[in-house]
Design a protein around this ligand. Structure first.
Ligand code: ATP
Length: 648
């Protein structure tokens, strides 16, 4: 083709072309060169789609809210209108270009036929016009891409913020039912997918539709006969291409799922490296991972072969199409039914139609994917929690006693409604007293704490604070000011020690934070770190020992000076040495507060004012340690079992 183009160039510049046949040769060279480049562009585009667009193919199309989308688009409406106008302008110019190219070729062909006038002078005006058109088209394209990316980024970031805010508002039960990874995916991958689709559909969709319509009209104007031929052939080819393309996308999706499976194994092993190491399972993990990686390599190889055949076939078919058009157009030229310029225009315009049709079919799939990603995002954005974060009464600090009552409480977790955990539970935490709950594992002790924090509402009965149903109280006040919670495995955030403690009371001064740390036996070890309170805690607190983490968590709970403190097996994960310092901190922390201890280690709760023994979701025994021992019931049995265990 290149030699043909060179030959045509020589012919055009040095020799007179007498016949339409020679003129045809002149057209074929540059036209074929341009078109080949375009075809490769098309093929590359198709395969890029096959490679890239396999994420989140929807199993079902969820409902998409245009009204909600409008809320996000509205602030950017001017930029969006600007982008649409510019994109439309660029597409309209694209329709003009084939016609202008044809004009240019006609001027050249006429000069070669008649050899009168000045070639450089005659060609200058149409060439400059075309150049101007290219420049303007480039400018419009730059403009609409800039505007559209502004709209896309703004819509995506607003959607992210809104979704995150909505997720943070959701009930704890919602998080029981949905995996964190899935939720994070909606924040990242789904919004990304939606943004890309939104931008693509507006820019390319608009352009492709305008170009298809415009160029088909141009084709008809240039040559109704050739257009008739194209109308029959082109849809068949596009249909066949779409069919093969969808098969390849299926392969690609399967390969991608396999890659995700392998990644999941690596993720789990690396995330739980301590467990893997502790069980010396490195080889097993490697073996499992390798098997999955090999499977994914095989699937990707098959996909690669598919893409190769598809590309090869596409090249042949598309080139044949060019050749066929030139052949048919050539015969029309011989019959003086067409000029060389017309053929040039026809070729370029038909290629534009072909590219536009291919991109419309791809865009349709992209639009469906984008809408379902958007629908997934909107679904969680519009979800209303049953327990709202704020709203309700507050009890003035001076009159708050911290008395807690559970009256005839029934409860099942929303995720397992058939499994009743608490059955007619009655329990009282008198003000400033320490009450411990003991019982068999899985008996519902932590559930009692979760209800007091109002993570869930009971299905029957009532939980009261100072004689008021906690459902009538402001949940954020209850959690933020009244109740302090120290769990078995405290979770710290990847910021400084200071910020971690301040998490308990956002406005706390440095002095308040340090006072809480002193109370929690943490000040000394914190100040022994080179960076003191500015020491950054590693991911989930891994740079600290268990006892240190626990004491920071105690300080975090104490800084808000809670009236009610819940200790959920706070010392059970510690060794004897740490347990001692932590216990000391806890003893200090519990002074003057209502305390609920959820305990497995019966030794730590012997001094409690009241010990409640839970069985089958209700309190079956209550009393002091000595009273319960004397009674010889379930508590005495638990103590006996624990002693027997300790002696083993
Ligand atoms: N988020 C949840 N969703 C569904 N079921 C849950 C949830 N949390 C706990 N359960 C179930 O509720 C029951 C009581 O759990 P809970 O954690 O309250 O027991 P526990 O007495 O504190 O146990 P342990 O002493 O072992 O911590 C268990 O059967 C448990 O499987």
């Amino acid at each position: 083709m290149w030699t043909q183009a060179q030959k045509a160039f020589r012919l055009a510049t040095r020799r007179r072309i007498e016949s339409p046949r020679t003129a045809l040769t002149f057209v074929v060279g540059p036209a074929a060169l341009t078109l080949t480049a375009r075809l490769f562009g098309t093929v590359a585009y198709c395969s890029a789609d096959v490679n890239n667009n396999h994420h989140h193919l929807p199993e079902k199309i969820p409902e998409f809210s245009w009204a909600l989308l409008w809320e996000f688009v509205r602030p950017q409406i001017l930029a969006l209108i600007g982008a649409v106008v510019l994109a439309f302008g660029a597409a309209a110019l694209n329709i003009q270009i084939p016609l202008m190219l044809g004009n240019l070729v006609n001027v050249i062909a006429q000069y070669m036929r008649e050899h009168v006038g000045n070639y450089m002078r005659d060609i200058r005006a149409p060439a400059l016009k075309l150049l101007g058109l290219y420049g303007l088209q480039g400018l419009l394209t730059t403009g609409y891409i800039i505007l559209l990316s502004r709209v896309g980024e703004s819509v995506a970031s607003e959607m992210r913020k809104s979704l995150f805010a909505s997720l943070l508002r959701q009930d704890v039960a919602f998080f029981d039912a949905n995996k964190t990874g899935q939720l994070v995916n909606r924040l990242t991958a789904d919004i990304q997918e939606f943004k890309s689709s939104f931008k693509l559909v507006i820019s390319q969709g608009l352009r492709s539709i305008t170009q298809t319509v415009g160029c088909v009209v141009s084709l008809y104007v240039i040559s109704p006969k050739l257009t008739g031929l194209m109308v029959v052939v082109l849809p068949c080819l596009v249909g066949a291409g779409a069919l093969i393309g969808s098969f390849l996308r299926k392969l690609s999706r399967e390969a991608q799922e396999q890659v995700s499976k392998a990644t999941g194994i690596a993720d789990e092993a690396l995330g739980n490296v301590r467990t893997v190491r502790a069980f010396a399972m490195e080889d097993r993990e490697l073996e499992t991972y390798s098997t999955e990686v090999e499977k994914s390599a095989m699937m990707n190889e098959a996909l690669g072969r598919g893409i190769a055949v598809f590309q090869g076939l596409s090249n042949i078919v598309l080139n044949c199409l060019v050749l066929g058009t030139i052949f048919a157009g050539g015969s029309l030229m011989v019959q003086n039914d067409m000029t060389p310029g017309d053929l040039m225009s026809f070729l370029v315009a038909s290629q534009t139609v072909q590219r536009s049709l291919a991109s419309i079919s791809i865009l349709f799939g992209q639009m469906v994917r984008g809408m379902s990603a958007g629908a997934r995002v909107f679904e969680y954005m519009t979800l209303e929690p049953t327990i709202s974060l704020t709203g309700g009464g507050r009890i003035p600090r001076e009159s708050l006693t911290g008395r807690v009552d559970f009256l005839n409480v029934d409860f099942s977790y929303p995720t397992r409604p058939g499994n009743q955990i608490l059955k007619n539970l009655n329990l009282t935490l008198p003000p400033c007293k320490t009450v411990a709950i003991v019982g068999e594992s899985g008996g519902g002790k932590s559930t009692v704490a979760a209800l007091l924090e109002r993570f869930y509402d009971p299905s029957g009965g009532v939980v009261m604070l100072d004689g008021l149903d906690i459902r009538t109280l402001d949940p954020s006040w209850l959690r933020g000011h009244v109740i302090g919670f120290i769990s078995q495995e405290p979770v710290l955030f990847g910021t400084s020690v200071m910020e971690n403690i301040r998490f308990g009371k956002p406005g706390a001064t440095d002095a308040e934070v340090m006072a809480a740390a002193r109370q929690a036996n943490a000040h000394t070890f914190i100040t022994s770190f080179p960076d003191g309170y500015d020491t950054v805690v590693g991911e989930r607190g891994v740079t600290l020992s268990g006892g240190q983490k626990q004491r920071i968590a105690i300080a975090r709970a104490l800084v808000k000076n809670p009236s009610v403190l819940i200790l959920d097996e706070a010392t059970s994960a510690l060794d004897a040495e740490s347990e001692h310092v932590v216990q000391e901190a806890l003893d200090r922390a519990t002074e003057g507060r209502t305390v609920l201890i959820i305990a497995h280690r019966l030794s730590t709760i012997q001094a409690a004012d009241l010990i409640c023994v839970m069985s089958s979701g209700r309190v079956v025994e209550a009393g002091t340690h000595l009273e319960l021992l004397r009674r010889g019931g379930l508590y005495a049995e638990l103590i006996r079992r624990q002693r027997a265990n300790d002696q083993k």
